[in-house]
Design a binder for this molecule. Structure first.
Ligand SMILES: *Cc1c(COP(=O)(O)O)cnc(C)c1O
Length: 337
């Protein structure tokens, strides 16, 4: 294992940060904290808000619920905008929700809602939010970063949060957080209540090619390699590959007896959510996929636990794997008679 104070490790950080900047669409080097994506969401709230400050949580599934819950836990006054599961936040509704919650210190948004397989249209939503408020716009990009465009600086997003184990196709262990200069400035002045997740100190450490405390070094070596693959393929090619694989997979399932849970207009490039026909339980279908086909998928969450399957197609995957998943699902749901 490398020492996180060594020249070799510094090289790894200096390799990672400029390439992450391109993935996210920002000029400011992202921060790297040792924790999962949820820790990253908590870090963003702790640096952007103080107890008592008001935030609007745009919730469209269980990860949006979690973001709101963390803010509430840290003492924020959270107002909820509940979007029906399977839908994206409608840009036409932005003004009304922002007005009702005014004045706001932060807006919490999920880019790709992994629990429902829906991608929010950031390019439509964020400029409308920005126009109506100067609250910090914090975006959970855990299952979108590395698979689809974020354009953080161009859109005026204040903070994006992801984790290494999703579309960044690395082992779990690190969260990736990019923050705007505006947010960094406030975070520095405010002296966050979190000792570990201090943005100002982490930004300084990253600039010196290290992290504040001992990171998951092996995960960062993996991230370095993964970013090498992403950039060798080309960002646009990577984004296109995700989108076309998702479309092809859904097309392939169109007469399988499974129906798409998400509104097709906003269906995710990284995860497909499927409703099971009556008489099938997700636990059962999932275990048959595992035991008979060695295919691993996820179930729905909350009330959709037994009625939904979620198939991931992010980061390192092959078209043949999706083809095999579609064939196996077809053979279980509508076996040839
Ligand atoms: C995976 C995920 C998270 C974080 O989950 P961890 O297990 O804490 O890494 C947060 N938000 C979304 C949208 C996710 O997909």
């Amino acid at each position: 294992m490398l020492s996180h104070r060594s020249a070799e490790f510094r090289k790894c950080i200096y390799n990672i940060t400029p390439r992450l900047c391109q993935v996210v669409g920002t000029a400011t080097a992202p921060m790297l904290f040792t924790c999962s994506g949820t820790g990253g969401l908590e870090a963003a709230i702790a640096n952007a808000l103080s107890p008592g400050m008001r935030a609007l949580a745009i919730r469209m599934g269980s990860f949006g619920d979690r973001f709101a819950e963390i803010a509430r836990h840290l003492g924020a006054d959270v107002i909820n905008w509940n979007v029906p599961w399977g839908q994206a936040a409608d840009p036409a509704d932005v003004r009304q929700h922002l007005q009702a919650a005014h004045p706001l210190e932060a807006i919490l948004l999920t880019h790709n809602e992994t629990s429902t397989g829906v991608l929010n249209p950031l390019a439509d939503l964020v400029p409308l939010i920005r126009e109506a408020t100067d609250g910090f716009i914090l975006v959970d990009c855990t299952s979108s970063m590395g698979a689809t465009a974020i354009d953080m600086d161009a859109l005026g997003i204040d903070c994006v949060i992801s984790a290494t184990q999703k579309a960044l196709m690395s082992p779990p262990g690190m969260t990736v957080i990019a923050a705007s200069d505006r947010l960094m400035h406030v975070a520095e002045q405010r002296n966050t209540s979190s000792y570990y997740f201090d943005f100002a100190r982490m930004q300084e450490a990253i600039a010196e090619g290290t992290t504040t405390y001992t990171p998951c070094v092996s995960t960062l070596l993996g991230l370095d390699a993964a970013l090498g693959l992403i950039h060798a393929e080309g960002l646009d090619a990577v984004f296109h590959r995700h989108q076309s694989a998702a479309e092809h997979f859904r097309e392939r399932l169109s007469d399988s007896g499974l129906t798409l849970f998400a509104d097709p207009a906003v269906a995710s490039p990284t995860v497909t959510s499927l409703c099971l026909p009556d008489g099938f339980s997700a636990t059962e279908v999932r275990s048959r996929l595992e035991s008979d086909h060695r295919i691993y998928v996820a179930q729905g969450r909350q009330e959709w636990k037994e009625k939904m399957l979620r198939v991931g197609h992010m980061g390192w995957f092959q078209p043949q794997e999706l083809e095999a998943a579609a064939a196996a699902l077809g053979s279980i749901i509508s076996p040839p008679t």
